[in-house]
Design a protein around this ligand. Structure first.
Ligand code: IMP
Length: 421
């Protein structure tokens, strides 16, 4: 395997956890470069299920380095709980490295996330309430606190005080004060110190030595702060190009960029969803695909694959291939539809528009395919798939002009059809 980036090509929850886990075996390091514990990556290995939020999927291979790079925001309470969790499942986490430049999600960021959502009223984003937006806001405002600051108590004290002062009018003083935050950060420092390092130096060295690195994206193209369905997006760049800034390594290293998409579409939170099906098919997908958020447990909105949106993801990421997940969920549907364009005010739109209000008024144009009744979870080669499933895959490839390189037909790593990589 070459140095590979795996990114979400839809609104997150595409099954990146399974795909990165599947590829992790062939890597020397697996690196998360954006987002925080708003992500929820489910990894199933030998019958054990791992719900990862911060930790890169490589964590369960002791010989693979699992790196949380500078582009991430980190909630140490949650991270430490995740480390404890994997320890109870037989992994010691000694392969974890955390960038000294990653930003901390402080307890008041969680409060501010809830506060801002409430202020938005019926225009709320439906965030995961993990403090992600406020932590990135502080980073951009240049008043964030970084993981490396944990090792310098005097600097930490000064920066926490500055933050508390700047939010004085919003934060309840009985909940947030310097003493309790300092006590908390001291505990974080003691527990996290062994993992903190300059991960840019580490990764650059590995890449120069010819080691293979897998860059694990979080969320998805349509949640990207620049390219997503703004303002109903997350607060970081989720596209492949951000791997370089998010890790502190040159953009030249990645040779393969795999976009992960479900064989249909889901979305959590509010915002446009052109091919949503609120009827029987949507319910079928929700139940058969167990479409409930890993992070929040919310039921996901479900609908058909939207190829216009997916082609947009191909372009803005420069995808070299697609990993199509959950194809097995479509077994049993008599008809399968796929969005091939949008009608907006009697005109056919060919490119994904920037404005959410335009998307809200778009009517999808569908192409219909016959379904298949056979279960396909035990199929391990593309030729053995039912003919309608093969026809569906070929249509997707023709439309997107990239190959489907991996097909997932079940949650376990072995329930995978790999074409090329
Ligand atoms: P935030 O990232 O918590 O600020 O949430 C912003 C938007 O992104 C909301 O619509 C969330 O539901 C969505 N979101 C954030 N992370 C994920 C994810 O990992 N999967 C799916 N949706 C996500």
């Amino acid at each position: 395997m070459q140095n590979t980036i795996v990114v979400g090509a839809q609104w997150g929850d595409e099954g990146k956890g399974k795909i990165t886990h599947y590829l992790s075996e062939h890597a020397h390091a697996v690196v998360r470069f954006s987002g925080g514990d708003n992500a929820g990556h489910t990894v199933i290995q030998a019958g054990k299920t791992f719900k990862l939020h911060h930790l890169p999927s490589g964590i369960i291979y002791p010989e693979v380095l699992a790196v949380m790079a500078n582009g991430m925001v980190v909630n140490p309470d949650k991270l430490l709980a995740e480390i404890e969790q994997i320890k109870t499942q037989g992994y010691n986490g000694a392969n974890l490295r955390i960038s000294d430049r990653a930003h901390l999600i402080m307890p008041y960021h969680l409060y501010l996330d809830g506060y801002e959502e409430e202020k938005r009223g019926n225009k709320s984003i439906g965030t995961t309430k993990r403090g992600i937006g406020p932590a990135y806001q502080d980073k951009v405002k240049r008043s964030g606190i970084r993981v490396g600051d944990l090792l310098y108590p005097e600097i930490l004290k000064e920066r926490i005080q500055q933050s508390l002062d700047s939010y004085r009018d919003i934060l309840p003083s009985d909940q947030f004060n310097l003493e309790s935050l300092l006590a908390k950060t001291q505990k974080w420092a003691e527990s996290l110190a062994p993992y903190i390092t300059d991960t840019s130096v580490l990764l650059d060295g590995m890449l120069r030595e010819g080691k293979t690195v897998l860059f694990e994206g979080a969320q998805g193209a349509l949640l990207d702060i620049d390219h997503g369905t703004y303002p109903f997006v997350t607060s970081s760049n989720c596209v492949a190009g951000n791997y370089s800034a998010g890790c502190g390594v040159s953009p030249i290293w990645a040779k393969e960029i795999i976009g992960v998409s479900k064989a249909y579409t889901t979305r959590v939170g509010t915002g446009a969803f052109m091919t949503e099906d609120t009827g029987e098919t949507g319910r079928f997908i929700l139940e058969k695909g167990v479409e409930y958020g890993t992070t929040t447990g919310r039921p996901r909105r479900c609908g058909w694959l939207d190829l216009l949106a997916l082609r947009y993801a191909v372009r803005i990421n420069g995808l070299t291939g697609l990993a199509l997940t959950k194809l097995d969920v479509l077994s049993g549907l008599p008809e399968i539809k796929v969005g091939v364009g949008y009608n907006y005010k009697d005109k056919l739109i060919k490119e994904f528009p920037a404005q959410t209000h335009i998307l809200d008024d778009c009517q999808p144009e569908y192409r219909s395919f016959p379904g298949w009744s056979e279960e396909i979870t035990e199929v391990r080669s593309r030729e053995k798939l039912p003919a309608p499933a093969r026809e569906y895959l070929s249509f997707i490839e023709d439309y997107l002009q990239i190959p489907v390189k991996i097909i997932s037909v079940g949650p376990e790593a072995h329930q995978t059809i790999q074409e090329i990589i």
